[in-house]
Ligand binder design. Structure first.
Ligand code: GLN
Ligand code: ZN
Length: 767
């Protein structure tokens, strides 16, 4: 494909001398603020409680603090423009004039930006996707026939100027053209966005010149798409694009930053261009071969930017030493932006000393980078103390008894050798039908009911010590009773207790399992103003005692209808935690699965006949390279089956999947062998059912009949239409009726009306 045919730019070949290299950097920094100041400010701005000037002042203060702390820690090249009010891909859409037409009517540019990010009463927002294997959601730009790219560099120029005024050696960071287009979606019948690379490159060329004029000596283009198989011809396109951009006269030095995996053929392709540096992730892509960089700066990502473990400095330095001959110069860096880890360990005062010594959050990672750079430049003696502390931490971690629990490992082996299959699906269906006696097209929900103001107040009061555990439990039980009564009134067939006691579906379990700890202030941006506080999985996992049995059995005492027990699956627990890096993820998954399995067995003993094990993150951990996917899916499926195969055949196992395109994992969904799978389908008009049929899936399925992400109450008629549509693909005896996802973010009124209509729709279709 000759995507560059349309652009003619001055070709100017640089001499091969290396641009002034730097020695220590990170690829990007978090922006939500050490205490989520930006989250709060943005949300107050949305609510009309502060004006734009006040928001901008808070943001400028956060940027100032970030720059000065990075420079003071010893980085001699500091990333700028990694600040964002919402998301860096959206910022890039603004930079390139690629916002969708429907927001163009919003007069104020900041409000237009937020309209694209989160919608307004009349404007639908852009979609969000987790493109890589992290929990960060990127906005998805829409490229249609009427998208006319134009350059709007005001934000990056302003942030560059700000940094230079502060005396910082600033390196603007911009999402590169390949990644921007590959992560965009075609709309209104347009061809694949990547076909428009030739139109975009002149804008990037122009931008390079503008940045040079504004004083930038280096510019970083982020091209993580090059570690994936999203583009068929990524290496070829990278060579074309960066040959062109590196030929621009009067440009700054160009660093192409890649992260989250190995570059493969894209590395030699980039090496053949006249760019000045390549950033390579040596944590995720540990054995990445490096060659052809003798005239370039290799920015070596040896400090893990997306996990929270302290770097083994000696091992990292050996790695750096080995790289020295393979490039013109080597700089030390984090493997990716530290956006994916919390700001600092400093607030984590509750951790024991050993645990604390094993960790490095954002600020600590920056110091590790600076220390390694000093050592690499020959200043090893001046950082001896840091190396010794790193050695002590590594030794302490290696011998800590919490990391190796012989009992758990032996039990796991024993259970695994007994097999992780249940009886044949048809036999299970018969046993379950006899036990449950459900109507055809049974109705149910995904688990959570609205987290009301009262629930959140009670949890805050418990944390603040204003009420005790018993008082809190009473309040939650009252909530369970309300939710059970509501479901009975609505006429649902399979009830849930509503999950009022859960702050978060992963943290709730992590807090009850040995081997995990929770942080006090370890917030990480998930999208926009939404932050999560992932637990840390550091040791072997054991369940201290039953975790959910009391809630499920209490709910069951309140009704004659079956109550569904509600658990989170092992893959999702891992995906939304920081995981240990000293053993394969599959081993950790099995340990978590064993704990969940024990819980299912206890639920069974307590008389619960239906148990749901949620795996909404199954798709998220899918490896970025096609060649690695099958192995992942095999262990992920095995972990799910380990967690669900300890119960008898008359226990009905449900699972729930959402938040993703299921195409690539459709076979794995069938292999989970759940008796009932509820799956997000409303927005994709039930297409997933054809996909499931395509692979011969023959268990029961509950395609979501309405989208819970919107406050709109769906009519019964619409849901009748969806159900009839679903019945084209799935016979009535295998079809369940349920919403798309949990209801915790909705208001009680919306939920009541929506479910009433849903039950009415099921009744109509049964008739
Ligand atoms: N059972 C969970 C709930 O209803 C599932 C949440 C999810 O899919 N993310 O909230
Ligand atoms: Zn869901």
């Amino acid at each position: 494909m000759d995507v560059l045919g349309r652009c003619a730019l001055p070709s100017h070949l640089k001499d091969t001398q290396l641009s002034t290299p730097f020695t220590a950097t990170i690829l990007g920094a978090p922006r939500i603020g050490p205490n989520r100041e930006l989250k709060r400010a943005v949300e107050r701005y949305w609510a009309g409680r502060i004006d734009r000037a006040a928001l901008e002042e808070i943001a400028a203060g956060l940027r100032r603090d970030t720059l000065s702390s990075l420079a003071q820690a010893g980085l001699d090249s500091v990333p700028v423009n990694t600040f964002s009010y919402y998301d860096q891909v959206l910022d890039t859409a603004v930079l390139l004039g690629a916002l969708p037409a429907r927001v163009r009517g919003v007069a104020d540019d900041l409000d237009r930006y937020f309209a694209a990010a989160r919608g307004t009463a009349d404007i639908a927002p852009l979609e969000m996707t987790k493109w890589f294997d992290t929990n960060y959601h990127y906005l998805v730009p829409e490229i249609g026939p009427d998208t006319a790219f134009t350059l709007h560099p005001e934000k990056v120029l302003a942030e560059l100027k700000e940094a230079r005024t502060q005396g910082v050696s600033a390196r603007p960071v911009i999402v590169g053209p390949l990644t921007f287009l590959a992560l965009s979606k075609a709309v209104d019948g347009a061809g694949a966005p990547i076909e428009r690379l030739g139109e975009l490159l002149p804008l990037y060329a122009d931008l390079l010149v503008r940045l040079a004029e504004a004083g930038a000596s280096w510019v970083q283009f982020d091209e993580p798409v090059l570690v994936t198989d999203i583009l068929d011809n990524g290496a070829e396109l990278a060579e074309q694009a960066y040959s062109m951009l590196s030929g621009v006269a009067g440009r700054p030095a160009i660093l192409v930053a890649t992260y989250f995996g190995q570059l493969g053929a894209a590395l030699p392709a980039l090496a053949r261009t006249q760019i000045d540096g390549v950033a390579v992730d040596f944590v995720a892509g540990a054995d990445q071969p490096v060659s052809g960089l003798t005239d370039k700066l290799l920015v070596a990502g040896v400090v893990d930017g997306r996990n929270i473990w302290r770097t083994d400095l000696q091992a990292a330095l050996s790695r750096l030493d080995a790289l020295v001959g393979s490039a013109g110069a080597v700089a030390v860096s984090t493997s990716c932006s530290t956006l994916h880890v919390p700001y600092s360990l400093e607030p984590e005062t509750d951790l024991d000393d050993a645990l604390r010594s094993w960790l490095a959050f954002g600020a600590e990672k920056v110091r590790e980078v600076a220390t390694l750079a000093t050592a690499l430049q020959g200043g090893r003696d001046s950082v001896r103390a840091e190396f010794e502390a790193s050695d002590r931490a590594a030794a302490s971690r290696a011998q800590d008894p919490r990391l190796h629990n012989g009992d758990v490992r032996a039990r796991l082996d024993a259970v695994l050798s007994g097999g992780i299959s249940r009886g044949p699906a048809v036999e299970r269906r018969k046993a379950q039908e006899a036990r449950l006696n459900l109507p055809s097209l049974p109705t149910t929900t995904i688990g959570s009911f609205p987290q009301t103001v009262d629930i959140r107040k009670a949890r805050a009061a418990l944390v603040a010590g204003e009420i005790d555990e018993a008082d809190y439990t009473d309040r939650m039980k009252a909530e369970v009773e309300t939710v059970i009564r509501l479901q009975e009134d609505l006429g649902l067939d399979v009830l849930v207790h509503g999950e009022p006691e859960r702050n978060d579906m992963v943290q709730y379990f992590a807090e009850q399992l040995d081997g995990f700890f929770a942080t006090k202030n370890g917030w990480v941006q998930s999208y926009g103003s939404r932050c999560v506080r992932p637990p840390v999985l550091f040791g072997d996992v054991t369940r201290r005692q039953p975790m959910t049995v009391e809630w499920a059995t209490y709910a069951q005492t309140l009704t004659d209808k079956p109550v569904k027990g509600m658990l989170t699956g092992p893959v999702t627990i891992l995906a939304w935690s920081f995981v240990r890096d000293d053993q394969p993820l599959a081993d950790s998954a099995n340990q978590v699965a064993l704990a969940i399995r024990d819980e299912t067995v206890d639920l069974q003993s307590a008389g619960i006949a239906i148990i749901q094990v949620d795996e909404p993150a199954l798709r998220e951990l899918l490896p970025l390279r096609d060649a690695d996917k099958a192995e992942y899916l095999a262990w992920a499926v095995a972990a799910f089956r380990l967690s669900t195969s300890g119960v008898s055949d008359d226990i009905q196992i449900h699972t729930h999947l959402c938040y993703s395109e299921f195409g690539e994992v459709i076979g794995a969904i069938a292999d989970l062998d759940a008796d009932v799978t509820s799956i997000e389908a409303a927005r994709s008009h039930m297409e997933v059912l054809d996909d499931l049929n395509g692979i011969g899936f023959s268990n029961s399925v509950g395609p979501g009949v309405y989208d819970i992400h919107s406050p709109r109450v769906p009519t019964a008629d619409e849901m009748v239409t969806s159900l009839r549509h679903a019945l084209d693909a799935v016979p009535a005896e295998r079809l369940w009726v349920n919403p798309d996802c949990g209801l915790k973010t909705r208001k009680t009124d919306e939920v009541t009306e929506s479910l009433r209509n849903m039950v009415a729709a099921a009744v109509t279709v049964r008739g």
